[in-house]
Ligand binder design. Structure first.
Ligand code: PEP
Ligand code: MG
Length: 580
């Protein structure tokens, strides 16, 4: 049965391949012994989870009114499985008899059922074991909250290039872990367009669609899928005519991309001869190859934390030195801006358990990024020393993320001085004049940018977080992604304010958020005075082409007019005019 799902287009391109469902890890649950007095509470927790999943199925079915009727039938089947006493009653008996936790009880029961299904000769009935697993997985997820690290691996029988990862959710650590398996694409039920998971998809140059709501529930392992990452569409079991159409589109896209690649050695200069710096965002040493391939002038943002995500402990100075050394060497003399760890929120080195901390209600507003670094000066010093040690090997700058208070810069500069003086004492060479810049990604920093200008050598605008914090929209939450708007007048005002204030004191300012890599926004940003753009490498040729077709003297008056507008429709209309 063929059907189509719609989600958020987060990484463009077309992929055609087989579904590779990610489920097992969710079903790896701990076995806990429950105190006798808590057994009935555990049974009630199980009942509540089953009821919640039942409600989700019912509302999923209602929201699919008008979709192909087979999807409704499919959800009915899952409702039936859930209602079967083998799944809805037997686990309660297991909880009571074995005094165990609900997750473990339902997984034990599932294994019994799956083993029975697998003995059946009839292929249709045998395949129902997938449905049982999917239903149980949903209940387990409900019982545990969001799944943790999912550990994605291509099966031995298939090549990553032919597989499309289908998951409920993927953390940045999950994506980093499967980066080297070269999957054709990935799709998830949750996640926003500027979530770090989406950013990684763009960095890997593979199409991705997030926020699909129910893909993980509706798609079966090995089904053929077309992922249209440009339109945010998924076609499951396409008919031969659609498949042929998409094969053609895919090869046309590849031709267009290879034409753009011809711009690799061209200079990014506007029609009125203004030279623009095009830099790359990278996440690990091996990304340097893609950066050089893209024709970038250097690296504008090295997100160092990605190398160490999910490993369980903080990396030592030596480990960091080795990773940064490899990266700086690969730059072949090009400049590189190394950002200190932006950990916390969705990016963790330590697991929740080993951190031994209670979960925070607002992790994006909590101890993350520079706040976390300053709270652990020993680790921060190790990182600063590692960066200083590689500063002699190339053109290295340091970038501090998520600054909001002047005192954070003062403390960072004091620690940097401490790192320098310890290296001097050890007679280790480093660049004494290493430049240090700050990310402007908190509205307070954008409004009071003056205090940053006085203390730093350069600025880099992180629009992903700046938009998140200004508009109060979680960038990773697909439920509010329609409100995540880079063209909101407040965002445009803040960007223009940062750029023009920096310009007045000749302070270099670049942009490394996702806005910098969107060719539809290139002219708008040029007109605001931006001259340094940093983006995922694959996007550099398209932005370069736009720059080469732009005349800043023509653009500037239109952008000034846009900055006076407050009506979203009018802003979009003028932007379209600007891009004509
Ligand atoms: C940003 O916030 O725009 C940014 C570049 O940082 P990150 O996406 O890593 O949070
Ligand atoms: Mg950020």
């Amino acid at each position: 049965m063929s059907f189509t799902l719609h989600g958020l287009a987060v990484s463009s391109g077309i992929a055609i391949g087989q579904a590779h469902l990610i489920s097992q890890a969710t079903l790896e649950v701990s076995h806990l012994v429950i105190a006798p007095r808590l057994v009935e509470k555990e049974v009630a927790r199980f009942d509540a989870a089953v009821a919640q999943v039942r409600n989700e199925f019912v509302s999923m079915k209602a929201s699919m009114e008008g979709s192909p009727t087979d999807i409704g039938a499919f959800i009915d089947l899952h409702l039936m499985i859930l209602a079967d006493p083998e799944l809805s009653e037997m686990p309660k008996q297991i909880i009571r008899e074995r005094r165990c936790n609900a997750e473990w009880a339902i997984v034990q029961q599932m294994e019994v059922l799956v083993a029975q299904f697998e003995k059946i000769d009839d292929i249709y009935l045998r395949e129902r074991s997938y449905d049982v697993r999917q239903v149980v997985e949903r209940v387990v997820r409900e019982l545990c909250g969001r799944p943790g690290h999912v550990g994605v691996k291509a099966p031995k029988t298939a090549k990553g290039e032919n597989l499309i990862v289908v998951a409920h959710d993927l953390s940045p650590a999950d994506v980093m872990a499967f980066k080297d398996q070269h999957f054709a694409s990935f799709v998830t039920d949750v996640g926003g367009a500027t979530s770090h998971t989406a950013i990684l998809a763009r960095g890997m140059g593979i199409p991705a669609v997030l926020g699909l709501h129910n893909a993980r529930q509706l798609i079966r392992d090995k089904e053929t899928i077309i992922v249209d990452g440009t339109r945010g569409v998924l076609i499951v079991n396409p008919d031969p005519r659609i498949l042929e159409e998409y094969e053609l589109k895919k090869s046309q896209l590849e031709i267009e991309r290879s034409k753009l690649r011809l711009l690799k050695t061209a200079r990014a200069t506007t029609l009125d001869r203004v030279k623009i710096d095009l830099l790359a965002n990278i996440e690990e040493p091996s990304d340097v190859g893609a950066m050089i391939e893209s024709g970038a002038d250097g690296v504008g943002l090295f997100r160092t934390e990605f190398i160490f995500l999910g490993r369980g402990d903080m990396p030592s100075e030596e480990e960091q030195f080795e990773a940064y050394r490899k990266t700086v060497k690969g730059m072949q003399g090009r400049p590189i801006t190394i950002r200190t760890f932006d950990l916390g929120n969705d990016k963790r080195v330590l697991s929740d358990d080993s951190a031994g901390e209670r979960k925070r209600d607002n992790p994006a507003l909590g101890l993350r990024s520079i706040r976390l670094s300053l709270a652990d000066p020993k680790s921060f010093l190790a990182q600063l020393r590692a960066i200083l040690r590689v500063s002699k090997l190339g053109k290295v700058k340091i970038l501090i993320p998520m600054l909001s208070h002047a005192v954070q810069i003062d403390q960072t500069l004091a620690l940097l001085e401490q790192a320098k003086s310890s290296l001097r004492g050890e007679r280790v060479a480093f660049d004494e004049n290493i430049e240090i810049g700050g990310m402007i990604e908190v509205p307070a920093a954008a409004l009071a940018v003056g205090m940053f200008l006085r203390r730093l050598n350069f600025l880099s605008i992180g629009t992903n977080d700046l938009i998140q914090y200004t508009l109060a929209i979680d960038r990773a939450d697909e439920q509010v992604s329609n409100l995540y708007d880079p063209l909101h007048p407040a965002i445009l005002m803040l960007l223009a304010h940062i750029i023009s204030t920096a310009e007045k004191v000749n302070m270099p300012v670049s942009m490394c958020g996702e806005m910098a890599g969107d060719p539809n926004l290139t002219r708008l940003l040029l007109g605001m005075g931006l001259r340094q753009f940093s983006m995922y490498p694959a996007q550099i040729p398209a932005v370069k082409q736009k720059i080469k077709q732009s005349d800043i003297s023509e653009i500037t008056p239109i952008v000034r007019r846009i900055l006076r507008l407050e009506e979203p429709g009018k802003i979009q209309e003028q932007l379209d005019r600007l891009n004509m």
